[in-house]
Design a protein around this ligand. Sequence first.
Ligand code: PHE
Length: 460
Amino acid sequence: MSGIGSGGERRTSLHGFWSSRLAFVLAVTGSAVGLGNIWKFPYMTGQYGGGAFVLVYLLAVLLIGLPIMMAEILIGRRGRRNPVTTMRLLGEEESGTRHWQWVGALGLLGGFLILSFYSVIAGWTVAYIFEAASGAFNGATPAEINARFSALEGSPWRTGFWHTVFMLGTILIVARGVERGLEQAVRVMVPGLVVILLLLLAYAIGTGAMGPALEFMFRPDFSAITGGVVLAAMGQAFFSLSIGMACVMAYGAYLPQDASISGTAAAVVAGDTIIALLAGLVIFPIVFANGLDPAEGIGLVFKTLPLAFGGMTGGLLVGVLFFLLLGFAAMTSAISLMEPSVAWAMERFGINRALAGSYVGGVIWVLGFATVLSFSWLSDFRFLAGTLFDNIDFLTSNITLPLGGLLITLFAGWFMSANSTAAELDPRAGALYRCWRVLVRWVTPALVVVVFLNSLGLFR
Ligand code: PHE
């Protein structure tokens, strides 16, 4: 299957290739696994009624997340440019219009907005490395742990400082070129995180509230499945899998031609989902054992896990390691959030990675102060979804990511020819390919549209 690009030959990547298929799997895993799994999934599960949310989330991952991730990788690899240029080139080739480039642009915008708050939460994580190291969690009561978190959250100086530290670190790594460092980091970090989560799971089983936690997470109360829950669960699937904003597409541009896209996507989706569930299985037993509120909100992970670290033997070391690894996990996600914009700026303005990274990172750093202040000086400034942070979060997870994802599946399913998509996924067009095609043409877009329509009531 050749015959792509105006010259008829395959395009080649402008910024090099991943050293292997494994390197790509690691990079996409690094993007997917992050605060979304350990910070956001548990607190959303708590806020949106437990099992009902988990059930819808799992369905969204399977029927919406997986097919879109495959579509993004295949588009990225076929275009081999930054997402804006890739969508423009493929749009011209496959449907004779340049306008698909706006899907790439929407992705760039999403990346800016998401990273602006992501970096603030990641900053809290970095701050907690030091909190854990100070021994402050040792034997602390839930009230004391609570107070420590409120003090951090409410201080724009401390929150702003750690946001700055995190952003600087991210810019530095992006500037130095991602491939090598990213690969190494993910190789250590993901297994490390899983080991600590398993340790914490053992502790959580020991505290005795595993029963209520399992019940909460896996016995869905079907009457709790409202339009709002479904929208939130779908948004979380997009957020956690890093899809809908062309970030996986940007990474796909560097994927060697012979790597299997479906195998890669399935592995990443399975790993990401297992880690999120594991985080829930650790956090909820602690919630119920200590009489905390599962619907606590964005502070949930910072108010529960310290209790575990403070109560277990060797908890100081485990706590430091945990927040360190979580910080790294957040950083590999942050790098991927910047990649579409950085690749775009490099190609568009002919500047190098360091300069592109600094500009993009600088703008995001400034934007981040909207979130920093949402927890302190501007905490009473509320409109639409709530604080400035709530609005940025809602706009990205529930609107721009699903909209981007919808356009991506429509493009892959209806505008790209079956020849083109089969050439990337499976030149023999076997049963798996045909199944994927039915999903991206019919099932996935229909589900996204139905969820959107169904949640319109929220805006009334
Ligand atoms: N998936 C990342 C996480 O779970 C966040 C992210 C969203 C990264 C969108 C890239 C794109 O933490």
